[in-house]
Design a binder for this molecule. Structure first.
Ligand code: HEC
Ligand code: HEC
Length: 307
């Protein structure tokens, strides 16, 4: 027993001595020093290179992060073909799929796969607008089997994926879906539509370019479609997400500010600042539009014709 105790004591003493030694040799953290830390094996831990947010003595502006010289394009990001990368050429949405697209069978399979992941949560697996997420949205994702979407030029659908719709009512999916796949998804959307209505065309109905010298109400009618007001406002009396424009001018209404009669000033305010007065019975979801004065006046002229 005695020898055992002695051995334990020696062991403890040894351990304490070891710790004291270790601390003496390596030094104590907490002491201030300007010397660099002891780093026995440098290996590749620290390299002579510039890191994004570090200060640089090499460049005159003191930054390692460089701005690309103007006119340079990152490899693989050269967009020469507006039809393919933007879906719109000379102000008009394209009505053709890009030339040289993948074999339709491959395009459809890939498109169905991307559609299932990125579109079906709202637009539904068969495109009926019955996705589970749609139940929670105040502005609903439309059914792809609506007349408006069956006729929509494919380039305008492409824009929906690229930029989103109406100031974020639908977000952009450009970050998730690469250019080629956006077209693949649309090939699948068209296939869904054609399945129920064989008269649907791949390209959709071309947008009409309103002549520069057309009367204001004609231009306004063009804007009604091109600005997407038709997504929420009908002109035939049907209730949509927003009130119908049929017989809107002169109508007596209740808004969040009380009873009003629709006149030019009210229309201007409703379009310029959608949040200023909310029509009773409707959600405050109208997006603000950056419209020129001319565009605004043309829209109002068009609304006045809807009696
Ligand atoms: C999170 C829900 C959601 C998802 C996911 C979604 N959408 Fe939408 N989408 C909407 C809503 C909401 C609208 C209606 C917006 C409006 O009218 O202001 C819409 C409208 C559209 C329109 C009509 C655009 C127009 O100009 O009226 C197209 C085309 C469309 N979506 C395509 C797609 C495609 C293709 C995908 C998949 C890549 C997709 N959407 C994914 C919610 C969604
Ligand atoms: C996403 C759906 C949506 C879109 C797209 C939309 N609106 Fe609206 N708009 C509404 C809703 C909802 C209301 C009613 C609530 C309110 O007063 O904001 C409304 C109200 C209005 C009113 C007042 C109507 C009334 O009965 O008093 C006008 C005028 C109007 N919108 C014009 C436009 C124009 C012009 C565009 C296209 C440039 C447009 N809206 C696009 C949803 C929309």
């Amino acid at each position: 027993m005695k020898t055992l105790h002695a051995t334990r004591r020696q062991l403890t003493a040894g351990a304490v001595l070891g710790m004291v030694l270790a601390v003496t040799v390596t030094g104590c953290r907490g002491w201030e020093t300007d010397a660099p830390p002891v780093h026995l094996n440098w290996n590749m831990d620290t390299q002579e290179k510039g890191k994004a947010y570090r200060k640089s003595d090499f460049f005159a502006d003191g930054r390692y992060m460089r701005t690309p010289p103007s006119g340079t394009v990152a490899r693989g990001f050269l967009k020469e073909d507006d039809a393919r990368s933007l879906g719109r050429v000379d102000g008009l949405a394209v009505t053709a799929f890009p030339a040289g697209m993948a074999d339709p069978e491959v395009a459809l399979a890939r498109g169905q796969n991307r559609f299932g992941i990125y579109c079906s949560p709202c637009h539904g697996l068969a495109g009926d607008g019955d996705g589970i997420v749609n139940q929670k949205l105040s502005v609903k994702a439309p059914s792809f089997h609506d007349a408006r979407l069956k006729e929509m030029p494919v380039g305008k659908m492409y824009e929906a994926i690229l930029n989103g719709v109406n100031a974020g009512n639908m977000g952009s999916y450009a970050g998730q879906i690469v250019e080629e796949d956006r077209w693949n998804v649309l090939a699948y959307v068209r296939a869904l539509q054609k399945q129920r209505d064989p008269s649907v065309t791949l390209g959709g109905k071309p947008e009409v370019k309103v002549a520069d010298d057309a009367p204001p109400e004609k231009k306004g009618e063009g804007l009604y479609v091109s600005k997407g007001c038709n997504a929420c406002h009908s002109i035939d009396g049907a209730k949509g997400v927003g009130p119908t424009w049929l017989a809107l001018y002169g109508r007596a209404e209740k808004t969040s500010k009380g009873a009003i009669t629709v006149d030019d000033a009210y229309l201007t305010e409703s379009i310029r600042e959608p949040g200023a007065q909310i029509v009773e019975g409707y959600p405050p979801v109208m997006p603000p539009y950056p419209l020129t004065d001319d565009e605004l006046n043309n829209l109002i002229a068009f609304i006045k014709t809807l009696k």
